[in-house]
Design a binder for this molecule. Structure first.
Ligand code: 4AD
Ligand code: MG
Length: 462
């Protein structure tokens, strides 16, 4: 017999006749002649209620031994439920246990803190909240590919091991096979990376953008969607050491098209979540954050605000008494400033563009004012920065000067410069942090709880 997912049964579309379900026991309650067993199979947030009569052959040995966390296969007949809380239930004809969980199962039926759940990351996908997060991650991943397919972008795979630091921020994890206790040294006494596996210093990528640009200048419109690593020591609820980033890059795009793409993308994903994950969102709205659905609806239906950095800085300077970090023209925006703009001032997503060049990466295109670059960040309520992007500096001399000014080694960027010599074009792109999107879509408060196995300073367990 094929197994029927519980989500199929509860939506009333189960096949007629006998079905089999397989999952994990959440609770068992015994009445005089039967037991109620609630099981969850991960296909949806709701449990299926099983009625197991004491007259079943497997009752004494199996049903009465079932504990929270045990795994079971149950065969039976679906019927409308007389009880409150569910439309359908399963009248069992056979119950088989695969594994009986001892009573010290760490997920007993009570609220656990998210901090505690992180310590048992091997079991927390079985909780309602992490289960719902994981279904949404899966659905939104699919939606990302559909969006770009509909827009004519090609999915490309950029390397994870790299020898160029895209953001130039020195936050790369090192990749080496050298003996760290006894590395080979040059005559000058410094570590000799020529003898390392790749013949030079290598690390885990902080962004696929530079390679993405290569492909955009051949295929036109591309995107990447892959793991990204940053060795920044940021112990915040919005930073991970390993996260997933989506990076579209399009030849011939300028900043306005880039902003249009970013806005269409975020709105598409919000709409997708509302249309396809109503049950999980209802769970988040009820149990995690009562504003989550209305926020997504707002994103899905109304246009974003667009404001230049200079105008945004003016707004912030008028409100400097609210902030721990005071703003003046040229300051980098902190999370408190970003959130003030999007949550309090505009009350909707905001795209801030034309940032001072000093606070942005070397590859961003210089504006004619000599002070700003054609950069843009998308800020959203509850989070702050969701997206960072820009037009890229396509003029060879300007780019070379910038690389030199910042003190990067131009030899490492020879191919990036070459792209400007051989058929260079204006182009633009952005990066969206997938886990930040999930914070937005779930209302979860900590980024460590929207990825199954979070990596952050001091933790790479599981
Ligand atoms: O603003 P960032 O650093 O931009 C880039 O990496 C560009 N190369 C993107 C591009 O233009 N192709 O990062 C982009 C986004 C941020 O807006 C944020 O959502 C997310 O990536 N992000 C992080 N998410 C989780 N943990 C971290 N440590 C993150 N750092 C950035
Ligand atoms: Mg950024």
């Amino acid at each position: 017999m094929r197994t029927t997912p519980i989500v199929v049964i509860l939506t009333g579309s189960a096949p007629a006749g006998r079905v089999r379900v397989q999952g994990w026991v959440r609770t068992r309650r015994d009445a005089k002649d039967f037991s109620f067993i609630e099981i969850n199979d991960g296909s949806c947030v709701a449990n299926l209620q099983i009625i197991a009569s004491a007259s079943l052959a497997s009752y004494a040995e199996t049903v009465s031994a079932l504990t929270t966390g045990s795994s079971v296969s149950v065969e039976g007949d679906v019927r409308p439920s007389e009880g409150k809380g569910q439309k359908y239930e399963l009248l069992a004809t056979d119950v088989m246990a695969h594994g009986i969980a001892p009573v010290d199962y760490p997920l007993q039926k009570k609220r656990h803190t998210f901090e505690y759940l992180r310590e048992i990351a091997h079991l927390r996908p079985r909780t309602n909240s992490i289960g719902a997060v994981m279904r949404l991650r899966s659905g939104l991943s699919f939606a990302i590919h559909s969006f770009f397919k509909e827009q004519g972008f090609f999915y490309i795979h950029t390397p994870i091991v790299t020898t160029s630091d895209c953001e130039g921020a020195g936050e790369m994890f090192r990749v080496t096979t050298l003996d760290i206790n006894n590395p080979p040294r040059t005559e000058a006494g410094v570590v000799d990376f020529n003898k390392d596996f790749f013949g030079k210093e290598a690390g885990l990528t902080v962004s696929g953008q530079l390679e993405g640009e290569i492909c955009a200048l051949a295929l036109g419109k591309i995107y990447t969607f892959g793991p990204t690593f940053r060795a920044e020591n940021s112990n915040t609820p919005r930073h991970l050491a390993e996260f997933w980033m989506i990076e579209p890059e399009a030849a011939f795009y300028r900043l306005p098209e880039d902003m249009d793409l970013a806005e269409a993308f975020v709105r598409y994903l919000a709409t997708y979540a509302l249309d396809n994950h109503g049950d999980d969102l209802a769970f988040f709205n009820e149990r995690i954050d009562q504003g989550v659905i209305s926020r997504l609806e707002g994103i899905s239906t109304s246009p974003f605000e667009r404001v230049s950095y200079t105008d945004a800085a003016d707004i912030l300077m008028r409100n400097n008494d609210r902030f721990a970090f005071k703003v003046s023209w040229g300051s980098d925006l902190q999370s408190e400033h970003e959130r003030y703009l999007t949550e309090t001032f505009f009350k909707k997503p905001v795209i801030v563009y034309n940032y001072p060049k000093e606070i942005k990466a070397f590859y961003m295109r210089n504006n004619d004012d000599g002070k700003t670059v054609a950069a843009m960040d998308v800020l959203v309520p509850g989070i702050g920065e969701l997206i960072g992007g820009s037009e890229r500096e396509e003029r060879y001399d300007m780019l070379l000067n910038r690389i030199r000014d910042i003190g990067l080694d131009e030899k490492n960027y020879w191919w990036y410069l070459d792209l400007r010599r051989y058929g260079g074009t204006p182009h633009a792109g952005f990066g969206l942090g997938f886990e930040r999107l999930l914070l937005l879509a779930t209302g979860m408060q900590n980024i460590r709880d929207v990825i199954p196995f979070p990596r952050y300073p001091g933790n790479a367990a599981f």
